[in-house]
Ligand binder design. Structure first.
Ligand SMILES: [Zn+2]
Length: 247
């Protein structure tokens, strides 16, 4: 995420291609990294506002069918507020491939020279459908869709349900499907993604569970301390032991 964050701050126009579920998730993570005092704890008010699309530094534009001139005029009006020198504001344009030539033209000047502190993040599932004038203004990043179900599904399943009181299932899994250190990190990512999806779901349903946010924070912390060479097994055993204590 750090390299991405650097790119995001250096280039005023980013184009992210990929499945919406994935690009949205990545956008939340990027903004949390940028705006959360703890670089994305997943539990603070900033992190929640980002997930709920209510953070004032991020303005989401999601047209129902396609962009209309009114949308763009609204967006241009939002660019009129001048920001403090350290401030950043991101205009997220969902389904950017639905910009029509008329709306794209209206937007072009701002894409070429956004006011200081303003950034554009254009999300699309079909980058080839973007108008050339738009495409040429941005840095394109293509997100490959994560393999679903996860390659590490048994691990994800184990750590997204209440853990069994006896370590037998995790010990068996470590025997039948041992992971390398690198795979351990990928599996951890998949587990984290599953918890983030659950968190979003809870938020949308209006029933956020603090335990879910805590779980995400725990996983993020683990992701920062990858297992040392040869210690993947130990890593998973420790995770099993610490899992319930963390709550
Ligand atoms: Zn936070």
């Amino acid at each position: 995420v750090d390299a991405l964050l650097k790119t995001a701050l250096q280039h005023p126009v980013l184009i992210w291609a990929g499945h919406p579920t994935h690009t949205h998730e990545q956008a939340y993570q990027l903004f949390q990294k940028l705006l959360c005092p703890a670089q994305g704890c997943g539990a603070c008010i900033t992190c929640l506002q980002i997930l709920q699309r209510q953070h004032p530094s991020l303005v989401w534009h999601s047209p129902e069918k396609q962009y209309l001139v009114e949308h763009i005029d609204q967006l241009l009006a939002q660019l009129a507020f001048s920001l403090e020198p350290h401030q950043h504001r991101f205009m997220v344009l969902d389904r950017a491939d639905t910009l029509t030539p008329a709306t794209a033209n209206r937007l072009l000047k701002s894409l070429e020279e956004p006011p200081p502190g303003y950034h554009f993040l254009l999300l699309t599932q079909a980058p080839q459908a973007l108008l050339a004038t738009i495409r040429s203004r941005g840095i394109l990043h293509t997100w490959s869709t994560p393999t679903t179900p996860s390659d590490f599904a048994p691990y994800v399943a184990l750590f997204t349900q209440p853990l069994p009181p006896h370590p037998t299932p995790i010990l068996e899994l470590l025997e039948t499907m041992p992971l390398t250190e690198r795979e351990t990190m990928s599996a951890l990512d998949d587990i984290l993604e599953a918890w983030i999806a659950r968190h979003r779901h809870e938020l949308q349903a209006g029933t956020p569970n603090p335990a879910t946010a805590q779980r995400i924070a725990q996983l993020l912390q683990l992701a920062e301390a990858p297992p040392m060479a040869g210690s993947a097994k130990l890593f998973w055993r420790n995770l099993y032991l610490q899992w319930d204590q963390a709550l």
